[in-house]
Ligand binder design. Structure first.
Ligand SMILES: *[C@@H]1O[C@H](CO)[C@@H](O)[C@H](O)[C@H]1NC(C)=O
Ligand SMILES: *[C@@H]1O[C@H](CO)[C@@H](O)[C@H](O)[C@H]1NC(C)=O
Ligand SMILES: *[C@@H]1O[C@H](CO)[C@@H](O)[C@H](O)[C@H]1NC(C)=O
Length: 204
C-alpha cells in the first residue's frame, strides 16, 4: 500500500516536472531510467483488481496516454464505455434469436435494461471527472466521490445481470455466450475505479 502510494506520488511529480520543463529529455525514474508510456501503464495497472486486463485494454492507447494520469483515466473510461457498448450489442442480437424460452428472453431484457443504466452512470462519471480535474480541495474530493459512485453504480448493474443468470442455472448456453463478456466489463470497470482512486488520492 505504502509502496504504491509512493510510486503514484512519484509518477505525478514526474509528470508535473515534465509538463513544466522545456527539456526534450524523456521522463525518467530517479535513477535516470526512461519510463515509457507502456511502463507507465504497467505500473499504474499494478494497483488494479485485474492488472492483466488493465494492461491489455489500455496499452493500445499508450501513445495517446503518454505518462498522463488524466489521459489514462479518461482512456480507461472510454474503453469501459466501448466494452459496455459491445456487450449491449451482443445482448440485443441474442434477444432477436429464434426459439428463446420465456426465461431466456426475460433474462436478456432485464440485463439490457440494467446495461442502459450502467452506460448512463458511466457517461455521467466523465463530466464528474472533468469537474474533479478543474477543481481544488474540498470540491475536488466531492467530485471524486461523485465519480466513484457513478463508476461503482455502473459496475453494480453488470454484477446484477451476472447475478440474475446465476439464479438460473438451467440457462446453460446463453450463460456461456453472455457471462464472459459481462464479467469482462465488471473487471474493466473495477480497474477503472482503482485507477481513478489511485490518482485522485495522489493528486487530490
Ligand atoms: C507490481 O507489483 C509487484 C508487487 O508489489 C512488484 O513486484 C512488481 O514489480 C510490480 N510491477 C510493476 C510493473 O510495477
Ligand atoms: C474519450 O472519448 C471522447 C468522446 O468519444 C473523446 O472526445 C476523448 O478525446 C476521449 N478521451 C481519451 C483520453 O481518449
Ligand atoms: C475483454 O475486454 C478486452 C478489452 O476491451 C477485449 O480485448 C477482450 O476481447 C474482452 N474479452 C471478452 C471475453 O469479452
Amino acid at each position: 500500500m505504502a509502496n504504491s502510494f509512493i510510486v503514484s506520488l512519484l509518477l505525478s511529480v514526474l509528470c508535473i516536472a515534465s509538463a513544466s520543463s522545456q527539456s526534450t529529455a524523456p521522463v525518467g525514474s530517479p535513477t535516470g531510467t526512461p519510463i515509457s508510456a507502456q511502463e507507465f501503464i504497467k505500473v499504474s495497472c499494478n494497483v488494479t483488481t485485474d492488472p492483466i486486463i488493465c494492461v491489455d485494454s489500455l496499452s493500445p492507447y499508450a501513445s495517446l496516454i503518454q505518462e498522463s494520469p488524466r489521459r489514462l483515466i479518461f482512456t480507461a473510461v472510454n474503453v469501459s464505455l466501448a466494452n459496455i457498448q459491445s456487450t449491449m450489442t451482443l445482448v440485443d442480437n441474442l434477444k432477436k434469436m429464434k426459439g428463446l424460452t420465456f426465461i431466456e428472453s426475460g433474462l436478456l431484457s432485464s440485463c439490457s435494461e440494467m446495461f442502459v443504466l450502467g452506460q448512463r452512470d458511466l457517461s455521467t462519471s466523465k463530466a464528474q471527472l472533468d469537474d474533479m480535474y478543474k477543481s481544488k480541495r474540498p470540491d475536488f474530493k466531492q467530485h471524486f466521490e461523485d465519480a466513484k459512485m457513478s463508476i461503482g453504480g455502473a459496475g453494480d448493474n453488470f454484477f446484477m445481470c451476472n447475478y440474475e443468470f446465476d439464479l438460473r442455472k438451467e440457462v446453460v448456453k446463453l450463460r456461456a455466450l453472455v457471462i464472459p463478456t459481462v464479467v469482462n466489463v465488471t473487471h474493466i470497470l473495477s480497474n477503472t475505479l482503482d485507477l481513478v482512486a489511485k490518482f485522485a488520492n495522489a493528486t487530490g
